[in-house]
Design a protein around this ligand. Structure first.
Ligand SMILES: [Zn+2]
Length: 296
């Protein structure tokens, strides 16, 4: 385990314990979330070191949902995945000024393949070998293990996306600096993150599935992400909701709380979360931040 002495966002040494949660998904071990007094970032501390965290991903279900299973949940999952592919692509098309995209943490590269089919020059980064090789083999894409692999060849991108990836990265500053080098001056950065101040997060408390301890190292909300972006000279131009995530997260949270997947309850609570997000500044269960580098 690795104990952080400084806030991973603002470097402050002042933080307090927020609460102790549990890895309901896999190990059932307990982990503590701390909150920075200065920037408000909540982060898992202590956390498994980079070389040890792999064992907490040791489940086929985590890497990709098993779509060979039958049943309503799998059907809903597939429908939601197709909806999300289209939604993500429409956001990229809306904000990207050119057609060269890099998806960091691209998994098996379904999203990149969708972009490629719609006229984009698509590239990926994926740390895990199995999905990386699958993406390369299935779609003929250029997918590298790390972002510096592209930096070394002086690649520049119009758009860089991280769909629920940043919260898994040990060295945040290193990654953001790398991204800024890889972006064209007018390039757009798109980051999707769970929102730990959403209605469903507050409702489910420690059972909220998007804490996903210890795999999620940071638990951003709008305010702490604004500060993080500011610290890295990135300007947020828009925050968009990921409306389907509240249903998926509520479904998992219900399971963690009661041991069963309660579709009706989860559907109801997911809907309330979206409804409340429309009325309050705290926002939806998951948020998509659209950012541009600040020109100095
Ligand atoms: Zn901080």
């Amino acid at each position: 385990m690795e104990l952080l002495k400084n806030c991973p966002s603002c470097n402050s040494i002042e933080f307090k314990t927020n609460f102790t949660g549990c890895d309901y998904f896999l190990s059932k071990e307990e982990f503590t979330i701390m909150e920075c007094i200065d920037c408000g970032l909540r982060f898992t501390n202590p956390r498994p070191a980079f070389d040890d965290i792999i064992k907490y991903y040791n489940s086929t279900e985590y890497i990709s949902h098993d779509t060979s299973k039958k049943g309503l949940v799998t059907w809903l999952y597939k429908a939601a995945r197709n909806f999300m592919l289209r939604k993500k692509f429409s956001i990229v098309s809306n904000y990207s000024k050119g057609k060269r995209i890099l998806d960091i943490g691209c998994g098996t590269a379904e999203f990149l393949n969708f972009c490629k089919k719609h006229g984009f020059e698509a590239f990926g980064v994926e740390l895990n070998e199995k999905p990386r090789e699958a993406g390369k083999k299935n779609y003929g894409l250029d997918i590298r293990e790390k972002t510096p692999d592209f930096q070394n060849e002086n690649f520049k991108f119009d758009c860089i996306t991280l769909w629920h990836v940043l919260e898994h990265i040990h060295n945040l500053s290193e990654l953001v600096n790398s991204i800024k080098e890889l972006l064209k001056p007018d390039g757009v950065l798109i980051i999707a993150l769970p929102n730990s101040s959403s209605w469903d997060a507050v409702h489910y408390k420690k059972y909220w599935a998007a804490y996903d301890l210890p795999r999620h190292l940071y638990h951003f909300n709008k305010n702490s992400f604004r500060k993080f972006a500011g610290n890295h000279q990135l300007k947020i131009v828009k925050i968009l909701p990921q409306v389907l995530d509240s249903f998926y997260i509520s479904l998992l949270s219900e399971k963690y709380m009661g041991g069963t997947q309660n579709l009706i309850k989860a559907g109801f609570k997911g809907a309330i979360s979206n409804l409340m997000a429309g009325k309050h500044e705290s926002g939806h269960s998951s948020l998509i931040y659209i950012l541009f580098p600040e020109i100095s």
